[in-house]
Design a binder for this molecule. Structure first.
Ligand code: BGC
Length: 758
């Protein structure tokens, strides 16, 4: 039976039941009409499929699945092709485990380094988050498995996440917090979107018709289903009316009855319910089209993919005197120090937590990969989960470092520091780890630090002791193997920072406005999130957004930008090309980044914003041309007054580089666009009237000139004009010298109207 006939055949009670799940992970079925239930499971970076029997709501105990790098790692690959492959692998695993919809990816912006779920999110930059997530969704859905893009929207902290109101101005929402969702919706058409727990400007996301209907459906054309985050519905009828289709987990016997009662009482239009049911039916149809459970997935192939991916995600922050890659000769000893080399930390805690199919241990992998005759010796150095320095462990580690040719120290955050459900209190490494480093450096100055953490940690207090620092993030079950590949040079680091590493937490633009109080968090930094803020405030950072080194080097040449089309015709385009050459001695990948700035803007704009990027793999002595295409939107800002994107005419700067602060080539373009015009009325200021060609002419006529031809009233009085030029012209009638009486203003407005009609 088609969706339309089903809608007619369903009773009101059955329709209401379809808008709630039947339990924690399934939609409802209607057996008499052959409507089956479908299955959902968590899984941005691996499936968390709970067995059908057992405790559904427990976090752990899911079926084994490949644990891929978490989103903060994957974003650092800057490689949508890789995200697509991981999405496809995730889809294959979902099919093998009978999962129809994977609850991910999570694409919220990293507003503060403290957000407890930053490891699950991609970036502080909406372009990076959107491009990577769209690719992952495409890969997943090409397997016939749905995605649930979450958490829509402005869920940027865990503190009070189920109640807090994210108080964000519209421009900031449009420029920072919504575009990643917009990109995924318009480029990848996900089957579902998951609304967030929080309120936005006082309204629960689950009850916001502005968010769920006006923006998501009417503006972006989303045709899929909106599901609630688990427990995010407070008023089922209001949520339905706002555009939320499916409530999870269901409040059975409560919210379905509320829906029925509201329809019967005429408080909810049955058409609204029908629309939600139609979307549920469409989801069921999409999910069941591919047939039953597919054959088992290829565990080895997926592990190999996870290893390759983890290597692509690692960011080489520092590499003095080419300390890496290690090239040990027979007879040498490599000291591997740190409990994390033996007890890997590879994912974060909470609903994204996967039971891995297997787990690489860095120490074992390094031993397996070391050349013959090279000893890889281990000392724990510190305990995990304790901040108390253990003198015995430290002494053992120092003795080992002293007799080795190089010391590789595995540092990172304890699992308890990074989790869904609460935010971090600081961004420091545990004290016992940071304290060990200078002592190890004293024993052996050839010190390499390998980091395992899901989001930014402070490096400024210890990194001077390390010659090289490799940021590996939480890179999944094969992270250990990838580290061996990177340290010995079988893989060349090519990850780039998708988030700024600040000198201190206090430098973060959101610092004074996080995590809010009394139920509100004010997004006071506005659009100046992440590097946009550090750059505008001219703050030094440890490592800037976009940074990452390689074992080879790259040169940038021949930047060229060409503008074509017209804003008025909707076809303005900017083609930007540059040449990248591998000037080193091994194959490597460069992430070429294109930043745009509008120094002449009439509103405060970030000095530069990432508008395109490309990852280019090159053999030594080989070069390639990279081409980017920008459109009007890429140069625009969101004008709250206009309720639209606005492109101002004038000069824009375009810079390509290897990071947001390593801009190798810069050029400018001149954009011709209609000048910004404010609507003139009696509340427009004198300055606004004077900036408007028609307004200015009429005003000059109205005040007239003296015998010598000089303007009269306020137009002839520079002093008065500089003091009250920003007053609405109606208010100027109170200033005797202005020459603007109430009748002059009325006349002015009449003549303006006539002129506009002409
Ligand atoms: C999380 C979601 C998750 C859901 C189901 C919620 O608490 O915020 O990301 O998909 O639980 O586990």
């Amino acid at each position: 039976m088609g969706a339309r006939s089903l809608l007619t055949a369903l009773t009101l009670e059955e329709k209401a039941s379809l808008c709630l799940g039947s339990d924690f992970w399934h939609t409802a079925s209607v057996a008499r009409l052959g409507i089956p239930a479908i299955t959902m499971a968590d899984g941005p970076h691996g499936l968390r499929r709970k067995p059908e029997e057992g405790e559904y709501a427990r976090i752990s105990g899911s079926l084994p699945a490949t644990c891929f790098p978490t989103a903060s790692a994957l974003a650092s690959s800057f490689d949508p092709g890789l995200a697509r492959r991981i999405g496809a692998a995730l889809g294959a695993e979902a099919r093998a485990q009978g999962v129809h919809v994977v609850l991910g990816p999570g694409i919220n912006i990293k507003r503060s380094p403290l957000c407890g779920r930053n490891f699950e999110y991609f970036s502080e930059d909406p372009l990076v988050a959107g491009v990577l997530a769209a690719a992952l969704v495409q890969g997943l859905e090409a397997q016939g498995v749905g995605a649930s893009v979450k958490h829509f929207a402005a869920n940027n902290q865990e503190t009070d996440r189920a109640r807090i109101s994210a108080d964000v101005d519209e421009r900031t929402l449009r420029e920072i917090y919504l575009p990643a969702f917009e990109r995924v919706i318009t480029e990848a058409s996900p089957w579902t979107v998951m609304c967030s727990y929080n309120k936005i400007n006082g309204t629960y996301a689950s009850q916001s018709s502005w968010l769920l209907t006006d923006v998501l459906r009417d503006e972006w054309g989303f045709d899929g289903l909106v599901v609630s985050d688990w427990g995010a519905v407070h008023d089922r009828v209001a949520a339905l009316a706002a555009g939320l289709d499916l409530e999870m987990p269901p409040k059975l016997g409560v919210d379905d009855e509320a829906i029925v009662a509201a329809v019967r009482a005429g408080e909810l239009d049955e058409d609204v319910l029908d629309q939600a049911v139609a979307r549920v039916l469409q989801l069921v149809e999409r999910a069941t089209e591919r047939g039953g459970v597919s054959e088992a997935f290829d565990v080895d192939a997926h592990h190999a993919l996870a290893r390759m991916a983890a290597a692509e995600c690692a960011v080489l922050l520092k590499n003095e005197n080419a300390l890496l890659p290690l090239q040990p000769s027979a007879g040498e000893t490599i000291a591997v120090i740190g409990e994390l080399a033996r007890t890997p930390r590879y994912q974060g805690a909470g609903s994204s937590q996967v039971t891995p199919t297997r787990l690489d241990v860095a120490l074992d992998e390094l031993r397996a990969a070391a050349p013959d005759g090279v000893e890889v010796a281990f000392a724990a150095g510190f305990g995990i989960g304790t901040t108390r320095g253990d003198e015995e462990l430290a002494a053992e580690a120092m003795a080992l470092a002293a007799r080795a040719s190089v010391a590789v120290v595995f540092l990172g955050l304890p699992a308890a520091n990074e989790s869904e459900g609460f935010d971090r209190a600081h961004i420091d490494l545990p004290a016992n780890q940071a304290a060990l480093l200078p002592r190890l450096a004293h024993a052996n100055p050839r010190l390499v630090v390998v980091l395992a953490n899901g989001s930014a940690v402070r490096l400024s207090d210890w990194e001077r002791h390390a010659g090289a620092v490799l940021e590996c993030w939480l890179s999944g079950q094969a992270a250990g193997g990838a580290v061996a590949d990177l340290l010995f040079g079988a893989a060349n680091p090519c990850g780039r920072l998708a988030e700024t590493l600040p000198l201190r937490l206090q430098d973060a633009p959101s610092y004074l406005n996080f995590p809010g109080e009394a139920g509100h968090v004010r997004y006071g930094e506005g659009v100046f999130v992440g590097y946009r803020g550090y750059d505008a405030l001219d703050r030094e950072v440890s490592y800037p957004f976009g940074h990452g080194l390689s074992y080879t080097s790259f040169e940038y040449n021949d930047l060229c930008a060409r503008v074509s089309g017209r804003v008025e015709d909707g076809d303005l385009a900017v083609e930007v090309t540059c040449r990248i050459a591998n000037t080193g001695s091994r194959r490597g990948k460069e992430v070429v980044q294109l930043y745009v700035g509008d120094p002449e803007a009439s509103v405060p704009r970030p000095p530069r914003e990432l508008k395109a990027f490309a990852k280019v793999g090159l053999d030594p002595a080989v070069s390639a041309t990279v081409t980017f295409r920008l459109d009007a939107r890429d140069l625009s800002y969101w004008s709250t007054a206009a309720g639209d994107w606005v492109l101002e005419p004038g000069r824009f700067t375009l810079a390509v580089g290897a990071s947001s602060r390593d801009l190798r080539l810069t050029t400018t373009i001149d954009v011709v666009a209609p000048p910004l015009r404010v609507e003139l009325d009696d509340m427009a200021t004198l300055q606004e009237w004077l900036a408007h060609p028609t307004g200015e002419a009429l005003l000059r006529e109205a005040v007239g000139t003296d015998d010598a031809g000089r303007p009269r009233g306020i137009l002839g009085d520079d002093e008065l004009r500089s003091v009250v030029g920003n007053f609405p012209i109606r208010a100027l009638t109170a200033f005797p010298g202005s020459g603007l009486g109430p009748s002059t203003i009325d006349d002015l407005l009449r003549r303006l109207r006539d002129r506009c009609v002409d």
